[in-house]
Design a protein around this ligand. Sequence first.
Ligand code: C2E
Ligand code: MG
Ligand code: MG
Ligand code: MG
Length: 287
Amino acid sequence: QSVTYSSGNWAAFTDNVKNNHAHQLNLITLLTNDIEHEKLYFDIQPQVNLTNQSLVGGEVLIRWHNQYLGQVSPSEFIPLAEQTGLIYKLTDMLIEKVFSWASANPQAVANQYLSINISALDLLQEGFARRMVTSVTKHQLEAQKFTIEITETSVFDNNTIVHNNVKQLHNAGFKIAIDDFGVGYSSMQNIVALETDELKIDQFFVMNLLNDPQSQILCRNMIDLSKALDITSVAEGIESEGILQLLRQWRCQIGQGYHLYRPMTPVEYLALLAEKDLPLSEPVNRA
Ligand code: C2E
Ligand code: MG
Ligand code: MG
Ligand code: MG
């Protein structure tokens, strides 16, 4: 894991630096302050229907640019936010930003949906779903246009608070996606118990598709499992045409990855939507 400094240089975090408490404290202080001042923002990575190439929506990805640290990766600061309890404020702030933006730019969710990552810790909090529902209503948005991406953990097993939150989100119309499926903790039982709408196959399998027979078997089976359970299959981390073709052949429904689109600013995303939403057959000049 690494942090980019504004100079543009990459400074690799050695284990030494990573375990350096002073450094961690510094990161926490800066993150606390930037969350307080709502300095975090988001990019959107488009998602494509693999059957007909249409743009089905986008995943909201949080971004943090700090004046001293430069760009810090969410893989670095999200775990830190979770360890320190900053995550609740961070999620609330992000949801508010995304909903305000979608409300100000209704074309963003007119024909497409937006996926938002939330932390497992959010779902363990009583009242989380109620706040989401209040917020979506306040912004006069349809919950149906939003998918909540969650990464399962073992704490979800038979957890009443988690299940109540998910049920409330569902009842309000939100869709539920299980993120990073197939790595770490994934329970088949939870897929059913959480009434999952979407399975996101972890990019680890997708990236290795062309050269790893085991990833092929697992990936194919995850797609088939989704189909059997009537759940939408999404592959993330599509980095090449070869991988894309394989996934198409296996009837994976939705794709996401650098080979299709990189994460982009909300302004760029709107421009892309405007371009893609043009009628497929423009009037032809037959003269
Ligand atoms: P994720 O939810 O699995 O998101 C996908 C990550 O893969 C994103 O990294 C995306 O930029 C990256 N990606 C997409 N396509 C490709 C590809 O073809 N190749 C490669 N190498 N990478 C690709 P990002 O934005 O750095 O986010 C990392 C993780 O941080 C996310 O993984 C998610 O777990 C977490 N995260 C991001 N935004 C949020 C947020 O708003 N809230 C929470 N709680 N977590 C977030
Ligand atoms: Mg995600
Ligand atoms: Mg994730
Ligand atoms: Mg993922």
